[in-house]
Design a protein around this ligand. Structure first.
Ligand SMILES: *Cc1c(COP(=O)(O)O)cnc(C)c1O
Length: 357
């Protein structure tokens, strides 16, 4: 158990009013969690302090070689004012798999969960309650040694910041257009694609800009070796329903193991679907579309939960899926997962974790 010292703000900020448009990642709450790591001493001085700027040397290693990791999860408030997290133990586990890849010291899973629960509880009045809204939670670790040599840092900061976020969908699930990128790649096997780290996103920006310029909302990345097999979309994993089966690229080291992905696989299996985790080539998708067996395409991730894909572009082919409408399975998954998150449906898997008493 961490002994977390709490210093409350004396100047609370104005909270967003009910009905106010929140957007994503613009507004921050009154407090943040912060804890230091020093080689030889381990993690120390866990504390919650007023949300504030950091003071770091311009030589801090994170600025130069990108040794950092992050996580993303959400807190939801139900009509009784209860606040829940969704599978935070999975974020704690993934933190350590990212840390291992990036030579960042391990962080005990229970300490990660305790830090998140405690800071969310302190700022629980910031969890929004309009339909579809939530409190986005961003835990992250940065390397802070004042040193320009290339080596793992000996000091780090672990922080958790909170951002009330708006409904991802303003009016029901809206299918998006996806660009299958055949020139740039996001990650390669042996690289750090499976880790949640800023460098992967830096590598992805150019493809994202290219897709946007062409009127597509996200990029579907191909594998970095053959540029043949689809891997994942922007910050989401990708699923296909092909001839009644649920198909998703297998985790091969360059794909981020999404917690939503894991939850979707669990639910689909329970509902009697055959689920295949395997290689899926862009050619197979074109063929399935031509045969009329490409029944649904959707992305999965914490932000949108389920993001139906209505249009897929690969080179000269533009495929329209489900006439650009949301499929039945996409709908059912969205309703089920958000229902569990909000406490509207029974939690038969123990996925929901309550914050506070
Ligand atoms: C975070 C992330 C996902 C989705 O993971 P969830 O745990 O479901 O939110 C998928 N792909 C990438 C690249 C990510 O960073």
């Amino acid at each position: 158990m961490l002994d977390i010292k709490i210093t409350k703000t004396t100047q609370p900020k104005q909270k967003p009013a009910p009905g106010q448009k929140l957007g994503f990642g613009h507004i921050f709450t009154d407090h943040m969690f912060i804890m230091n790591y020093t080689e030889g001493k381990g993690w120390h001085d866990p504390r919650i302090v007023p949300f504030q700027n950091l003071s770091l040397s311009p030589a801090a290693m994170v600025f130069h070689y990108g040794q950092e990791m992050f996580e993303g999860l959400k807190a939801y408030k139900n009509s009784d004012g209860e606040v829940f997290l969704f599978r935070p133990d999975m974020n704690a586990k993934r933190t350590n798999s990212s840390n291992e890849r990036l030579c960042i010291p391990q962080l005990p899973e229970e300490d990660f969960v305790q830090a998140v629960r405690t800071v969310v509880d302190v700022d629980r009045d910031w969890v929004p309650t309009d339909p579809g809204t939530s409190l986005y939670i961003r835990p992250f670790i940065i390397a802070t040694d004042e040193f320009l040599g290339v080596a793992p840092s000996k000091t780090y900061l672990f922080m958790v910041i909170l951002s009330p976020s708006g409904a991802y969908y303003e009016s029901g699930l809206e299918p998006v257009g996806i660009w299958i990128e055949d020139e740039y790649v996001r990650a390669v096997r042996g690289g750090m694609g499976f880790a949640k780290t800023g460098g992967n996103y830096a590598a992805s920006l150019i493809g994202q800009v290219k897709a946007h310029n062409d009127g597509y909302s996200q990029v579907l990345w191909l594998d970095g070796v053959e540029r043949k097999y689809v891997e994942e979309v922007g910050s989401m994993n990708i699923f296909f329903k092909i001839a009644g089966k649920v198909v998703t690229p297998m985790l091969n080291g360059s794909i981020l193991p999404g917690i939503t992905r894991n939850s979707v696989i669990t639910l689909c299996k329970e509902w009697g679907y055959e689920v295949e985790e395997r290689k899926v080539s862009a050619e197979e998708l074109i063929q399935a579309h031509a045969d009329g067996t490409l029944e649904e395409v959707f992305g999965t991730g914490t932000a949108a939960v389920i993001s139906p894909v209505g249009k897929l572009r690969y080179k000269d082919d533009v495929m329209t899926i489900q006439d650009g409408r949301t499929g039945e399975l996409s709908h059912r998954l969205y309703d089920t997962i958000t229902g569990i998150q909000l406490g509207k449906l029974p939690d038969t898997h123990g996925w929901r974790v309550k914050v506070g008493e």
